[in-house]
Design a protein around this ligand. Structure first.
Ligand code: C2E
Ligand code: CA
Ligand code: CA
Ligand code: CA
Length: 275
C-alpha cells in the first residue's frame, strides 16, 4: 500500500494519541507504584540565614519507574491529584518522613508537602494523629507545607483543619508564596507559621529590580505579621547576599545542596554512632 505523506493535522492527531496513551499508561503504573515500592524520599536542607546552620529538611518525593527511570514529581503529582491517588501516596510520604525524622539525633524540623485533596480528606487529622503516635515524632518538629490551592475550595473547612493541626503542635507553612492570586488575603485569613517565597522570585533577585521589590516586600510583610520567611531556590552567592541584608529567617536551594538521598541526609541529621 502506498503511504500517505503526513499532513500537519495527522501529525497533530498522532501526537495527541501518543500523549493520551502515555498518560493512560502513567495512571496505570502510578496505581501500582506504592505496592511495588517504587517511591523514594529525598531530603533538601533548610538553613538558618544568620548562622547558615542546618535547621531542617524538606522531604521531596521521587518515583523510580521500572522502565522510565526517575519520573519528576512535576510530571506525576498532577496526575496523582487528578486521579485521587495523591491521598494514599501523600499518607505514605508523611508516614515515611515522620518515621525517618523520629530517628534523627538532631532535633531538625521535617517539612512535608501536603496536597489540597489530602487536607480536605475527612480522615486527614486522624491519619496525622495515627502517624504521630506510630512514629513517636515530636509534632513540634513537623511542618506541613500547603499552597494557596489547598485553601480556595472550602475555606471554612480548611481553617478548621489548620486549627486542629496547630492544636496538635504541628506548624504550617505557606508554600510557593506569591504565585497564587490572593496570597495576601490568604495570609491574613489563615494561621500560617511560615512563609516560603517561591523560587521564581528568588532567582536572580540581585539582578532584577522587580523581583527584589517583591522579595523585600514579602520579608517586610513577614516581619510585620511576625511570621518567619524562608526563601526557596537560592542557587548563588549573590542571591544569598541580597537576602542577608533583609530580615529573612531561613534559606533553601541548590547553593546549599540538591535534594539528597537518605544516606547523605543521615550524615547530617544523625550523629556518627547512630547513622
Ligand atoms: P516545591 O514544594 O516548591 O519544592 C521545591 C522544588 O524546587 C523541588 O523540586 C526542589 O528540588 C526544587 N529546588 C530546590 N532548590 C532549588 C534551586 O536552587 N534551584 C532549582 N532550579 N530548583 C530547586 P521537585 O523535587 O522536583 O518538586 C517539584 C514539586 O513537586 C514541589 O515543589 C512540590 O510542589 C511537588 N512535590 C514534591 N514532593 C511532593 C510530595 O511528597 N507531595 C506533594 N503533594 N507534592 C510534592
Ligand atoms: Ca523503599
Ligand atoms: Ca514545598
Ligand atoms: Ca516552589
Amino acid at each position: 500500500a502506498k503511504s500517505e505523506p503526513d499532513t500537519p493535522i495527522c501529525q497533530f492527531n498522532a501526537e495527541m494519541d501518543r500523549r493520551s496513551r502515555e498518560k493512560t499508561q502513567m495512571v496505570h503504573d502510578l496505581r501500582q507504584a506504592l505496592q511495588h515500592d517504587e517511591f523514594e524520599l529525598v531530603y533538601q536542607l533548610q538553613n538558618a540565614l544568620d548562622t547558615l546552620a542546618p535547621v531542617g529538611f524538606e522531604v521531596l518525593l521521587r518515583w523510580n519507574h521500572p522502565n522510565r527511570g526517575r519520573v519528576s514529581p512535576a510530571e506525576f503529582i498532577p496526575i496523582a491529584e487528578e486521579t485521587g491517588l495523591i491521598r494514599d501516596i501523600g499518607r505514605w510520604v508523611l508516614r515515611e518522613a515522620c518515621r525517618e525524622a523520629a530517628q534523627w539525633s538532631r532535633p531538625y524540623s521535617v517539612a512535608v508537602n501536603v496536597a489540597p485533596q489530602q487536607l480536605v480528606q475527612p480522615s486527614f487529622i486522624e491519619d496525622v494523629m495515627d502517624i504521630l503516635m506510630e512514629t513517636g515524632i515530636d509534632p513540634a518538629r513537623l511542618e506541613l507545607e500547603i499552597t494557596e490551592a489547598s485553601i480556595i475550595d472550602d475555606q471554612a473547612h480548611t481553617l478548621k483543619v489548620m486549627h486542629k493541626l496547630k492544636a496538635i503542635g504541628i506548624r504550617i507553612a505557606m508554600d510557593d508564596f506569591g504565585t497564587g492570586y490572593s496570597s495576601l488575603a490568604t495570609l491574613q485569613a489563615f494561621p500560617f507559621d511560615k512563609i516560603k517565597i517561591d523560587r521564581s522570585f528568588v532567582q536572580d533577585v540581585h539582578k532584577d529590580a522587580q523581583r527584589a521589590a517583591i522579595v523585600r516586600s514579602t520579608l517586610l510583610l513577614g516581619a510585620a505579621l511576625d511570621i518567619p520567611v524562608l526563601a526557596e531556590g537560592v542557587e548563588v552567592e549573590d542571591e544569598l547576599s541580597f537576602l542577608r541584608g533583609e530580615s529573612c529567617a531561613s534559606v533553601q536551594g541548590y547553593y546549599f545542596g540538591q535534594p539528597m538521598s537518605r544516606e547523605d541526609m543521615r550524615r547530617i541529621a544523625c550523629d556518627d554512632d547512630d547513622a
